[in-house]
Design a binder for this molecule. Structure first.
Ligand SMILES: Nc1ncnc2c1ncn2[C@@H]1O[C@H](COP(=O)(O)OP(=O)(O)OP(=O)(O)O)[C@@H](O)[C@H]1O
Length: 684
C-alpha cells in the first residue's frame, strides 16, 4: 500500500470545499457523473481510432444508492486511470495555485467556485470518505483503489478489478444523509443530467402489476442522449421541436416559433429558442432558458447573461464556451458569454424577419402573442429596435396590420399636421373610447390600437427616434382638433360670451378631488354631441408615466385635468344660451354696465400713476385705486355667481354634462341613478 499527501501547496483544499458547502450541494453528482460521461466518451473516441479494441457499443454510466452502507456509487466503463494518472490528475490537482488564489479572493466564495470547477473534489462536500476504484484501458495497467477522508492524506492500493472503468464510491457524511434518498437523487439527476450524451441509469424501470408498482429488471435510463438541439435542423420537423418543448416545459402552452441556433465560429453554440405566448404579466415568464455546457446543465437563470428581453424566450442554449460552475457575476463578465449574447440577439431578429417575409399571414396571426416580446426588445436594445422596425406591426381598429412604413404611407396624406408631423391616432381601449374612435374615423382618420403595458413607452420611443411622427390618443381633443392643420381657428363666440357661458357650465361639472374640468367652447356642428370630454395628450401621458413609476412625482399628485368642450352649434346648447340671455339679460346688462364703469375708473387712476415713482403717488390715490379694484372684483364675482346659479338650476345643462360623463364612463353609482331619473323626468 502506498500512502501520500495530496499535492496542494498548503492544506487549503478542504477549506475551499467547506466554503463551497454554503453553495449548491447538489452539483457534486453532476460533477461525478459528467466525469464518468467524459471518460466513457474518451474511450469511444479511442475505439474509433482503433486505439482501443474492446467493445464500446453499450457503455453506460450507473448511479447506485446503498442506503445500508450509506454510499452513492457512480460507475463507468470509460478509460479508467492508472496509478500514475491518479497521481497526476487527482493528487496533484489543479490547486497548485490555490494559495495565491485564496489570498486574492478570500472573501468571495463565489469567485472561488467560479474559478475552479471543483470537479471531482466537490464529492467531499457530502462525503466523509471517497474511494476511486479504477482500471485503465491501457494494456497491462494495474487496477487501483484510492481512498481519501477529506484530509490531505490518501492511500493507494493495488486491487483486483475485471472491467475497464471507474467506480467513484462516496461514503455520505452525517450532515448529508438527505442524499441517501432515491427521490432526491432522481431529482438531481433529472435537473443536471437529463441530456448527457451517454446513457445514465439509476434504479430499475417500474411497471404496474396486480395493482402495484413493481420493479422490473430493466435499467432505468434517466437521460435523452440526443436532445433535439444536438441534431441537424434538416432532420427535425416542427413536431419534433414542439415535442422537445413539451419535454422542457410540460405545463406550458404551445410556443409560437422556434429558432435553432448552430454556430461554430467564432464560438461554439447550439440551442433551440422558443417564442412563448406572452401575456401581459410577463415577469413570471422570464428566465426559463436553460444553459448547458456540452449537454451538462449549468443554470436555468440566464438573467444578466442574455439581454433582458431575451429572457422572455424559452429553450436551451449549449456552449462549451460557457464555463461550468461559475457564479453569475463571473458569467456576466465573461467575454464569450457577451459575444454569445450579441449573437443571439441578432439571430432572433433575423429569424423574426425571416418568418415575417416568408409568411406574413402566419406572423400577423401570432402578432398579438408576440408583440410584448418585440416591444420589450425595441425598448431595451437599440440594435434590436433598428432591426425590428422592419417587422414591428401596428394593428388598427379594423384589425388590419401594418409595418411602420406601410402605416405612414397610409396616413401621410390625411394625417399630417401643420408642423409636418404625421399624427398617429390611437386608442388604448376601443370600448371606453368608442365615441372618440368613431368621431375620428368619421373624419376619415385611421385609429390604431395600442393597448398593452409597454405601448406608452414604445410611443415615446417612436417619437424620439422618428422625429416626424407624433402619437395622439383619440380622446385628446375633439376630432376636429386632433390633427391641427392650420393655425387660424375660427372663433365661434366672442371672448365676452365665453366669459359669461363658462360659469354656467362650470357650475354643473361634478366636483371631485381626482379631476378638474376646464370648460371650452367650440362649433362642432349641430350633429355632433352637445358636449365632449377630452384629456390633453401631454398631461395624460405624464400622469400615466408617473403612475407606472409609482406616482411619486408632481404629475402623479395632480388631479386628472379634463376639458369639457361645449358644442356651441348644438341645438340644446343654443337653448341654454338663449335661456340665459332671456332670464339674465337685464341683470347682466346692469352688472356689465357697473363693471365697465369701475373698469373705466380703475384705468383712469392707473393712468394718473403712470410715470410717477411709487413714493410720489399720494396715499389717498393709492387707497382709491385699491378700493376701486376691490369693488371690481366683487362685481365680477357677483356676476359669476349669478351665472353659476343659473347653471345649477338649468336641468338641460346638467343633463348634457352628465351625458358627456356617461360617454366617458365617468358616471357611476348614485350619479348614474340620478341621471336616469332626471332623463325620465325630462322626457315626461
Ligand atoms: N470517472 C473517471 N474516469 C477517468 N478519469 C477520471 C474520472 N473522473 C476524473 N477523472 C480524471 O480526473 C481529472 C480531474 O477531474 P476533475 O473533475 O477534478 O476535473 P476535470 O474533469 O478535469 O474538470 P472539471 O472541473 O470541469 O470537472 C479528470 O480530468 C480526469 O482525467
Amino acid at each position: 500500500m502506498q500512502t501520500g499527501k495530496i499535492g496542494v501547496t498548503s492544506e487549503n483544499l478542504f477549506p475551499i470545499i467547506k466554503k463551497f458547502l454554503y453553495s449548491d450541494h447538489d452539483i457534486f453528482l453532476r460533477e461525478i457523473v459528467s466525469n464518468a460521461v467524459d471518460a466513457t466518451q474518451k474511450l469511444k473516441t479511442l475505439a474509433s481510432k482503433d486505439e482501443y479494441k474492446g467493445d464500446v457499443t453499450d457503455l453506460k454510466v450507473r448511479v447506485k444508492l446503498d442506503k445500508k452502507a450509506k454510499t452513492i456509487t457512480v460507475s463507468d466503463n470509460g478509460i479508467g486511470m492508472t496509478a500514475e494518472e491518479i497521481e497526476k490528475y487527482i493528487n496533484e490537482i489543479a490547486f497548485s495555485g490555490a494559495n495565491d488564489f485564496l489570498e486574492k479572493y478570500k472573501d468571495d466564495a463565489n469567485a472561488i467556485i467560479g474559478h475552479f470547477g471543483l470537479g471531482f473534489y466537490s464529492s467531499f462536500m457530502i462525503s466523509k470518505e471517497v474511494d476511486i476504484i479504477t482500471k485503465s484501458y491501457k494494456e497491462g495497467s494495474k487496477p487501483v483503489k484510492w481512498t481519501c477522508q477529506g484530509t490531505p492524506e490518501f492511500t493507494l492500493d493495488e486491487i483486483e478489478k475485471e472491467e475497464v472503468g471507474t467506480d467513484i464510491v462516496m461514503h455520505i457524511n452525517e450532515d448529508s444523509e438527505e442524499f441517501l434518498d432515491e427521490n432526491k437523487i432522481s431529482e438531481i439527476l433529472n435537473k443536471y443530467c437529463k441530456f448527457l450524451p451517454v446513457p445514465v441509469v439509476f434504479r430499475k424501470q417500474k411497471e404496474w402489476k396486480d395493482g402495484k408498482e413493481v420493479e422490473t429488471d430493466k435499467d432505468n435510463q434517466i437521460n435523452d442522449t440526443e436532445p433535439a438541439w444536438t441534431k441537424m435542423p434538416a432532420d427535425l420537423k416542427d413536431e419534433d421541436y414542439n415535442n422537445f418543448y413539451r419535454k422542457l416545459y410540460p405545463m406550458a402552452d404551445e410556443p409560437l416559433f422556434h429558432i435553432h441556433l448552430n454556430v461554430d465560429y467564432p464560438f461554439n453554440l447550439t440551442g433551440i429558442l422558443y417564442f412563448p405566448k406572452i401575456k401581459n404579466n410577463f415577469e413570471v415568464q422570464k428566465n426559463k432558458i436553460q444553459l448547458y455546457s456540452n449537454q451538462v446543465f449549468v443554470t436555468d437563470s440566464v438573467e444578466g447573461i442574455v439581454p433582458e428581453f431575451l429572457t422572455l424566450l424559452h429553450g436551451v442554449l449549449d456552449s462549451p464556451d460557457i464555463p461550468l460552475n461559475v457564479s453569475r457575476s463571473y458569467l456576466q463578465s465573461d467575454s464569450n458569454v457577451k459575444k454569445i449574447s450579441n449573437h443571439i440577439t441578432k439571430k432572433v431578429a433575423d429569424r423574426l424577419s425571416e418568418i415575417f417575409k416568408e409568411s406574413r399571414e402566419n406572423f400577423e396571426k401570432k402578432w398579438d402573442d408576440l408583440k410584448i416580446f418585440i416591444e420589450y426588445g425595441m425598448l431595451t436594445d437599440d440594435k434590436f429596435y433598428d432591426r425590428a422596425m422592419k417587422f414591428f406591426l401596428f394593428k388598427n381598429t379594423e384589425g388590419k396590420y401594418f409595418t411602420f412604413e406601410e402605416y405612414e404611407q397610409l396616413i401621410k396624406e390625411s394625417q399630417t399636421d401643420k408642423d409636418k408631423k404625421v399624427v398617429h391616432l390611437y386608442t388604448t381601449n376601443q370600448e371606453e373610447q368608442y365615441t372618440f374612435v368613431e368621431d375620428a374615423r368619421a373624419k376619415g382618420y385611421d385609429v390604431l390600437i395600442l393597448d398593452d403595458v409597454l405601448a406608452p413607452h414604445l410611443i415615446n420611443r417612436f417619437e424620439q427616434k422618428q422625429t416626424d411622427t407624433s402619437f395622439v390618443r383619440v380622446d385628446a381633443d375633439v376630432a376636429e382638433n386632433l390633427i391641427k392643420k392650420e393655425d387660424s381657428e375660427k372663433e365661434d363666440l366672442s371672448w365676452e360670451e365665453k366669459q359669461e357661458l363658462s360659469p354656467v357650465f362650470q357650475a354643473v361639472v361634478p366636483e371631485k378631488n381626482d379631476h378638474t374640468f376646464i370648460v371650452d367652447f367650440k362649433d362642432l356642428g349641430e350633429n355632433a354631441s352637445p358636449m365632449v370630454i377630452t384629456r390633453s395628450e401631454f398631461m395624460r401621458r405624464m400622469k400615466d408615466m408617473s403612475a407606472a413609476q409609482g406616482g411619486m412625482n408632481m404629475y402623479g399628485d395632480l388631479p386628472d385635468s379634463l376639458n369639457l368642450v361645449v358644442n356651441t352649434a348644438h341645438p340644446l346648447v343654443k337653448k341654454v344660451i338663449e335661456a340665459k340671455d332671456k332670464k339674465l339679460s337685464t341683470q347682466l346688462e346692469k352688472m356689465n354696465a357697473d363693471i365697465a364703469a369701475q373698469k373705466a375708473e380703475a384705468e383712469k387712476l392707473e393712468k394718473a400713476k403712470e410715470g410717477k415713482k411709487e413714493e410720489e403717488v399720494p396715499q389717498a390715490e393709492k387707497e382709491q385705486l385699491e378700493s376701486v379694484n376691490n369693488e371690481l372684483a366683487k362685481l365680477e364675482e357677483e356676476k359669476r355667481s349669478k351665472l353659476a346659479d343659473f347653471g345649477k338650476k338649468n336641468k338641460l345643462a346638467k343633463q348634457m354634462v352628465d351625458l358627456a360623463l356617461l360617454a366617458n364612463n365617468m358616471l357611476k353609482g348614485a350619479d348614474l341613478d340620478k341621471f336616469v331619473r332626471r332623463s325620465v323626468e325630462l322626457i315626461k
